[in-house]
Design a protein around this ligand. Structure first.
Ligand code: IPE
Ligand code: IPE
Ligand code: MG
Length: 235
């Protein structure tokens, strides 16, 4: 189709794993493990459709408040995922980066993240970001601290700080802002995701629960994006 625009950057809040499992009378962690399979498929589908950047919300700074059993389940899933991703990223030429404060994650997970980020650094296929222990407010505060330190040491002056410098201090430095945000499971809130970066993003809230998110759902999200008219404050 002429003029059909594929968003360059899609961000996804992968929500509804718990409700999906509950409907099947299964434990919440079963929903998370199905959800991680869905994610692997969506990475491939998105890339084949022409998406350049994909950023997904996998664990928020608030998700630590869940039961110990659920948090452990999620961390174990992450462990396996990070190890597998080293091979997968090589095979798919995918670059993987983690956004969020990884310092609160277990040491072995932090090490896997480093291996994965370094080994995939020069890959030119899908640019894939996983948000782990990520909070938009936390990211902004960490950036403010870094800039304040630079002002204190005399490296920069306070009035040199502008939007560009601030953006380049965030975890997403070098990555364009998302064009489209998808949040599954019909919840219509951002839950502390990419507060700075979503300023002009189009939002789409399908009812489908994350483990059921299909290629057709992704196509529908892109079709929805095509019906929107982005104005950026103009007319
Ligand atoms: C999203 O699914 C996954 C994470 C937050 C890790 P939920 O676990 O929030 O699923 P619901 O919202 O309870 O259905
Ligand atoms: C947001 O979903 C976080 C992730 C998907 C990782 P939540 O399910 O944790 O958010 P709330 O609690 O509904 O706002
Ligand atoms: Mg949820």
């Amino acid at each position: 189709m002429d003029n059909y625009k594929v968003p360059e950057h899609i961000a996804i809040i992968m929500d509804g794993n718990g409700r999906w499992a509950k409907k099947k009378h299964m434990p919440r962690n079963y929903g998370h493990s199905q959800g991680s399979k869905t994610l692997e498929r969506v990475c491939e589908d998105a890339f084949h459709m022409g998406v350049k950047y994909l950023t997904v919300y996998a664990f928020s700074t608030e998700n630590w408040s869940r039961s110990e059993e659920e948090v452990n389940g999620l961390m174990n899933l992450l462990r396996v995922y990070m190890k597998d991703a080293v091979k997968k990223s090589k095979k798919n030429n995918m670059r993987v980066r983690v956004i969020g404060d990884a310092s609160r994650l277990a040491k072995d997970i932090q090490e896997s993240i480093n291996v994965l980020e370094e080994s995939s650094m020069n890959n030119t296929g899908l640019q894939f970001q996983v948000a782990l222990n990520y909070g938009g407010r936390d990211e902004i505060i960490r950036s403010v601290r870094k800039l304040a330190e630079k002002v204190k040491s005399g490296e920069i002056s306070a009035d040199e700080i502008d939007e560009k410098m601030f953006s380049e201090t965030l975890d997403t430095r070098g990555i364009p802002d998302p064009d489209l945000l998808i949040r599954t499971s019909a919840e219509q809130r951002i839950s502390n995701f990419m507060l700075w970066q979503l300023s002009y993003t189009e939002f789409y809230f399908p009812e489908v629960l994350w483990p059921d998110f299909s290629k057709k759902d992704l196509e529908e999200a892109i079709a929805y994006y095509n019906k929107r008219e982005r104005r950026y404050g103009g007319v």
